[in-house]
Design a protein around this ligand. Structure first.
Ligand code: PSU
Ligand code: MN
Length: 301
């Protein structure tokens, strides 16, 4: 049922490096018209590193792995494009719906297509109001049972970061900092929390992936947490202040469920004069580039 783009089909057939990219960040995480430019730019970053990009989305009920320009345009600009977590996939397929895929849905489809490396901005996780709302992203549970390597700038800083790290530990998902002993904070280089493991180069990441396969079940993910460069991070003071306002606005407006993350991200963009957007993009770009290098090291194994 998967539709692979021609270049993804050729690359996977020949064992060449492919990087899966999610589409929720395009449809629901970034403002128009910047979102389409970013989608195209991220694909270019992958190509420049000698790998093939596979942006993933569901269009008219068909899960696509690798999108052409017209399909990327639909994801970026089509009104009513849904946000699909992995639980939504069978519903979207059976009803012919179109939607962007979150980390959980992208990871599931990427693994189904035989892809092993995936890049995003920040993972979903445990929300700060968890005791009242029980809002924990489905990203975490899916990564506990999917053999994929996710390169991200940690988890989104709008979340309860220590609770999310604890959940990842409980769920048995491997986490390593990339050239850092600190867990990155999405818009910030450092979330204020340590990581237990540090990896130094793409070859070392590929070795961990090999070891995962040799060790067998359970088929869980590897999170490679790659910080945004300190000179490109959002000012920590501004971040703390605006995030606080955003969380209060979210509660005051009664935003719940899937709408929470896009609401908070959009609030930050507006109230930091685009500075959060610049930090977000710097983080995603770095992650996509590193993912391409890891995919290359993995393809040469
Ligand atoms: N990273 C970004 N921007 C985003 C996301 C990640 O830089 O918008 C998306 C991812 O698709 C992630 C989703 O899976 O946010 C989490 O949403 P939720 O908290 O509703 O599970
Ligand atoms: Mn949620």
């Amino acid at each position: 049922m998967l539709v692979l783009s021609e270049e993804v089909r050729e690359a996977t057939g020949a064992g060449r490096p492919v990087v899966a990219l999610e589409s929720t960040i395009i449809a629901h995480g970034l403002p128009r018209p910047r979102n389409l430019q970013v989608a195209l730019e991220l694909e270019d970053v992958v190509r420049r590193e000698g790998a093939v990009p596979a942006t993933i989305a569901v269009l008219d009920g068909q899960p696509h792995v690798g999108l052409d320009k017209g399909q990327l345009e639909r994801v970026a600009n089509e009104d009513g494009i849904r946000k699909l977590g992995h639980r939504d996939l069978p519903l979207a397929v059976a009803s012919g719906a179109s939607g962007a895929t979150t980390v959980s849905a992208t990871a599931q489809l990427a693994a189904l297509a035989g892809l092993r490396v995936f890049a995003t901005g920040g993972l979903g996780g445990v929300h700060r109001e968890w005791t009242a709302t029980q809002d924990e992203s489905a990203d975490l549970g899916l990564l506990a049972r999917t053999r994929i390597t996710v390169v991200c700038a940690g988890v989104k800083s709008i979340l309860d970061v220590p609770a999310t790290l604890q959940r990842l530990e409980t769920l048995g998902v491997a986490v390593a900092g990339y050239r850092t002993e600190r867990f990155p904070g999405f818009y910030l280089s450092d979330s204020g929390h340590p990581v237990d493991w540090t990896l130094r180069d793409p070859e070392q990441v590929a070795e961990v992936m090999r070891a995962q396969d040799a060790l067998g079940e359970p088929e869980s993910a590897l999170i490679v947490a790659n910080p945004v460069p300190p000179e490109q991070q959002l000012d920590p003071g501004l971040h703390a202040r605006v995030l606080d306002e955003a969380l209060r606005a979210c509660e005051a407006e009664g935003i719940t469920g899937q709408a929470v993350t896009p609401f908070l991200l959009a609030h930050l963009v507006r109230h930091t004069d685009g500075a959060s957007l610049r930090a977000n993009l710097a983080a995603v770009r770095g992650n996509v580039e590193l993912a391409a290098r890891i995919a290359t090291a993995w393809a040469m194994r």
